[in-house]
Design a protein around this ligand. Structure first.
Ligand SMILES: [Zn+2]
Length: 426
């Protein structure tokens, strides 16, 4: 073999192995692209999902009713193209080089870090969030209270904050960053905490003081740390599998409610939506479930923050033939959120519907478990910005606009809940 052909072969091996590890030991995504693949039939969808499921060269980013968003390594483009032709679907690239977005995000984070350790012009690490939380708890000792959901698989503490200005308020629970790479969620949750405590705006004061807030800024703590230190694109938990070398479970498919029914999660440990070996296999999800079930009488509304797609999703996730008893109310409340967000100068639009109706079957998710098993009648998944320009790597300049949208959206949602009688004490 000549030197040239050896080098070509070597380059091919490196590309074929998928993301490479750089000097700082973080996975690099040089020339990885993300495609929107439009399908028409469920057979096409199942085929494509199966095709990418346990392959290093492909990763599922997002799926909607008629689209899959797939990240593809540069070494797998030709294989991808031939599958596209074979399946007879159309594909369009929307991110040309994932690493470029990660690099700009790193730069923005570095620049903001020079001006101080915590803020909303960058994405903060778990250590920074927890240190900031300690500061908040020390500054507002009578209004705030620290709580602990439990310990993660790797032994990290999953922390929450309760904000309560007076007795007998209805309760709102906010779960955030259950999916590790969805950084905009914890950025938004921490911004909301700050607003509830410091804003002088009348709308915010009413919202903050007349409700009890239970906020968990980072639920999937192990996955979140892993996205900061090793792999920006990690989604799942970090517990190893007994039956596979693939690590982690999709925590938002791990709750014990219609678990694994209707193909609402994958049984393949390598899939991004792997439901786990059994419901509540993940200590983080068991901890969350224990906390919510022992406080369910205090929780009127549960919101689970996710990204991306700009959607409000209500139960059910397991069927699109049946709808929850208060579905009309759930849609009216969701519309209030979407209208409020759209009325801001940004003009961002949100769609809404049931998970199974708008998206696809998804079972074992937080909101379905809270609704079906715990009687939390108002529960939504909120998928934040954007619709795919940046996807999970949303530039930090979007943090405050996105958080402002969440604030006015939640205020309108809560108002509508009040009007419809969902904020009575249980
Ligand atoms: Zn998510």
């Amino acid at each position: 073999m000549s030197l040239i052909s050896f080098l070509i072969a070597l380059a091919f091996v490196v590309l074929a192995q998928g993301a490479s590890v750089g000097q700082d030991e973080r996975l690099r995504y040089d020339n990885y692209s993300v495609y929107k693949v439009k399908f028409e039939t469920q057979e096409q969808r199942s085929f494509l999902k199966k095709f990418v499921e346990d392959r290093d060269n492909f990763r599922l980013w997002q799926e909607t009713k008629d689209e899959l968003h797939l990240m593809i390594s540069p070494g797998a483009f030709s294989e991808f193209e031939s599958q596209i032709q074979k399946t007879n679907v159309s594909a369009k690239v929307f991110i040309g080089n994932v690493q470029e977005l990660i690099d700009s995000e790193d730069e923005a984070n570095l620049k903001a870090s020079r001006d101080g350790s915590f803020g909303w012009t960058k994405y903060n690490s778990l250590a920074e969030i927890y240190e900031w939380l300690d500061g908040i708890l020390a500054t507002y000792p009578t209004i705030t209270e620290s709580f602990v959901l439990g310990q993660s698989y790797e032994g990290r503490t999953i922390r929450g904050i309760k904000i309560s200005y007076k007795a007998n308020n209805p309760g709102v629970f906010i779960e955030s960053n259950i999916h590790a790479r969805e950084w905009i969620t914890s950025a938004t949750a921490t911004w909301l905490i700050n607003e509830f405590l410091t804003s002088t705006d009348e709308l915010v004061r009413n919202l903050a003081e007349n409700h009890d807030w239970y906020i968990v800024p980072v639920l999937n703590v192990d996955g979140f740390v892993y996205t900061h230190e090793k792999d920006r694109m990690w989604r799942k938990t970090r517990q190893p599998s007994d039956i596979s070398t693939c690590v982690g479970v999709d925590p938002n498919r791990n709750y014990d409610s219609h678990w694994m029914e209707s193909n609402g999660a994958s049984s393949n440990p390598c899939a991004e939506d792997y439901g786990g070996p059994n419901p509540f296999s993940e200590p983080e999800i068991q901890a969350m479930a224990d906390y919510v079930s022992s406080n369910k009488d205090k929780i009127n509304v549960l919101l689970a923050f996710h990204s991306y797609s700009q959607l409000l999703l209500s139960p059910y996730g397991h069927t699109d033939e049946e709808f929850p008893p208060n579905f009309d109310d759930l849609m009216e409340v969701a519309k209030a959120y979407a209208d409020a967000v759209e009325s801001l100068p940004y003009g961002t639009t949100y769609r809404y519907g049931s998970s199974a109706g708008v998206l696809y079957f998804a079972t074992g998710a937080t909101i379905d478990w809270a609704y079906n098993e715990q009687g939390v009648e108002i529960s939504y998944t909120i998928e934040f910005r954007d619709t795919g320009r940046y996807g999970f790597i949303l530039p930090p300049v979007h943090i405050i606009p996105n958080a402002e949208e969440a604030l006015v959206g939640i205020a309108a949602l809560i108002d509508k809940c009040q009007e419809l009688g969902y904020l009575e004490l249980k």
